[in-house]
Design a protein around this ligand. Structure first.
Ligand code: GLP
Length: 248
């Protein structure tokens, strides 16, 4: 696990944006794993800028998002499909058919998990997976107790996650209680993982994920097992890591 600490959130965002842009330039047919959440919004804004100003070309890229809320259709403004269209897909030259998210309103959600895994395998797996981290320690929506070998499936959201995201839904009572998410095992299969966290609010869970034991109680700690994982932080998110600035 490589830890990169940048002075500011802007610098951390730029660092991650440039990793993604390099991946796309070096391998125009790359398969990108994408994440949602507030942390990623400025990354997508920068990628859209690089498309507009420097011609960063998404036309051959394929994307797979980590997760979707159960019960939210694509046209629901709280769905992750809506988020991705709004923040990235509508702003770059990606082919809509090349963008994938689990279907949160599939008639059979167990089959949907299997279908998503098949689609991922047919695409040849994920070259670069972007990750955020939830205050519960989740990656995707893999909440505490998620098996480290888990695959795409329906999960119950943790109370911390409901609390963390409730404001986006105008209150906890409006929030879905379930999501469909790539598993920890699915994420560990990606060829490269980049986790981005910014702000002091994330410092405690980052310290647990990076320095703590590998445990299903902190699903992000499973990334310690990945052979090509970079954790990009700003100073506040790295505040509890002590003096060590680089783990490999
Ligand atoms: C969300 C997503 C995660 C994301 C995390 C952090 O609920 N399912 O993929 O990384 O929570 O969100 P934020 O960036 O808003 O803190």
């Amino acid at each position: 696990m490589e830890i990169v600490i940048q002075r500011s959130a802007d610098a951390a965002i730029e660092f991650v944006t440039q990793i993604i842009a390099r991946e796309i330039r070096g391998n125009p047919r790359c398969v990108l794993g994408l994440a949602t959440g507030r942390t990623m919004e400025p990354v997508y804004a920068r990628l859209a800028q690089l498309h507009g100003n420097d011609g960063l070309d998404f036309s051959a890229c394929r994307t797979f998002n980590l997760d979707e809320y159960v019960g939210l259709a694509a046209d629901n403004k709280h769905s992750y499909r809506h988020y991705m269209n709004q923040h990235l897909f509508d702003k770059v030259n990606i082919a809509f058919d090349n963008t994938h998210l689990p279907d949160g309103v599939a008639a059979n959600l167990a089959d949907e998990g299997k279908r998503y895994e098949r689609l991922l395998a047919q695409a040849g797996g994920i070259d670069l997976q972007l990750l955020g981290i939830g205050l519960s320690g989740h990656i995707g929506f893999n909440e505490p107790l998620s098996a480290l070998s888990s695959r795409t499936r329906v999960v119950e959201l943790a109370p911390e996650t409901i609390e963390q995201n409730a404001q986006l839904f105008g209150g906890a009572h409006n929030m879905p209680r379930q999501a469909i998410t790539m598993g920890v095992g699915t994420i560990l299969d990606c060829r490269r993982c980049i986790l981005l966290a910014t702000g002091y609010e994330k410092s405690e869970i980052i310290a647990e994920a990076v320095k703590g034991p590998i445990t299903h109680m902190v699903p992000a700690s499973a990334l310690q097992l990945h052979s090509n994982c970079t954790v990009v932080l700003d100073d506040p998110a790295a505040a509890l890591l002590g003096r060590i600035s680089n783990y490999v």
